[in-house]
Write a protein that binds this ligand. Structure first.
Ligand SMILES: [Zn+2]
Length: 296
């Protein structure tokens, strides 16, 4: 069962969590000033995005709405159309804009689910090409493109310096296995070092509970990504044995079938090959036992 939790992370900022944060149960949030509400991400289905927008707009109905999508994955971006229908503008990284316009991506070969609602992308999404300050009235937020290919090749983080909050998108997973299907594991490790440079007191991950600067979530995830690369240097690794080691090493993480895909992506990265995504997805289906049913 998923539970939605709305958590204030400061005077202006709020995290919107869909816990425990498995497949398509992403986090979002908003930062509100005197005259603008900055929405961070949307949700996977039309109805979930509508609920998010209602929650975000409730406390500040008169403000202008601007949304920033941390990356192109559908759980974070499928509600872009709803934002536009609510009179808002949508921003995303350059390559994420292209990816979103190619969608919506629902991967029916992998997931058993049909009730997405109206999730076709809106006609216009503004590309973010560099660090951008968004004035909210009395306070501001900053959009920072991630300097490396990391979780995807078009990741953004949103920083609210006054509240000491960083919305990391899927650069961080908390209690959930990270997914490296569309990214670069080496680049992701570098991006985690970059995230630490913000020195934020509060980190809102893409999935799972809010993280404080005292938590070891970031260090744990870096250790896992490093392990993926270090354990797949052989020409023909024993992926089955490695998957078992990953399940034992990080037993508390949800969606353990992702280890199979992550190990194959790491192996391709070590061999300087482009990962065979069809092969990686087939391995994940094998690890999951069947198509993955979604409860959205
Ligand atoms: Zn993602």
């Amino acid at each position: 069962m998923t539970a939605t939790a709305i958590t204030r992370t400061g005077k202006h900022s709020t995290a919107y969590l869909q816990l425990p944060g498995g497949w398509f149960h992403n986090n979002a949030g908003w930062i509100t000033g005197e005259n603008r509400t900055l929405l961070v991400d949307t949700c996977a289905t039309e109805s979930r995005s509508r609920a998010l927008l209602e929650a975000a707009r409730g406390p500040a109905p008169g403000t202008t709405l601007t949304a920033v999508l941390t990356h192109a994955h559908g759980d974070h971006s499928h509600g872009a159309r709803q934002v536009v229908e609510h009179g808002g503008a949508v921003h995303a990284a350059n390559s994420a804009v292209e990816e979103i316009h190619d969608g919506p991506h629902t991967y029916p070969e992998l997931f058993e689910y049909a009730d997405w609602g109206s999730i076709d992308p809106p006609e216009h999404i503004t590309p973010v090409t560099g660090p951008t300050t968004i004035e909210l009235g009395e306070t501001h937020a900053e959009i920072h493109p991630v300097p490396t290919r990391a979780h995807t090749d078009g990741d953004l983080v949103i920083h609210h310096p006054d509240d000491g909050v960083l919305f990391t998108g899927d650069l961080l997973f908390h209690g959930v296995t990270p997914l490296a299907l569309h990214g670069s594991i080496g680049g992701w490790i570098e991006a985690l070092d970059w995230v630490e440079g913000f020195d934020a007191e509060t980190l809102v991950p893409g999935h799972g509970p809010v993280i404080t600067s005292n938590d070891s979530v970031l260090a744990q995830q870096r250790e896992y990504l490093r392990w993926l690369l270090d354990s797949t240097t052989e020409a023909l690794p024993d992926f089955g044995a490695l998957e078992e080691r990953a399940r034992r090493g990080w037993p508390e993480w949800h969606d353990a079938e992702r280890h199979s895909v992550n190990l194959r992506v790491a192996h391709a990265e070590n061999r300087r090959h482009t990962p065979d995504l069809a092969d990686a997805i087939a391995a994940m289906l094998g690890a999951a036992g069947n198509r993955i049913p979604l409860e959205l």
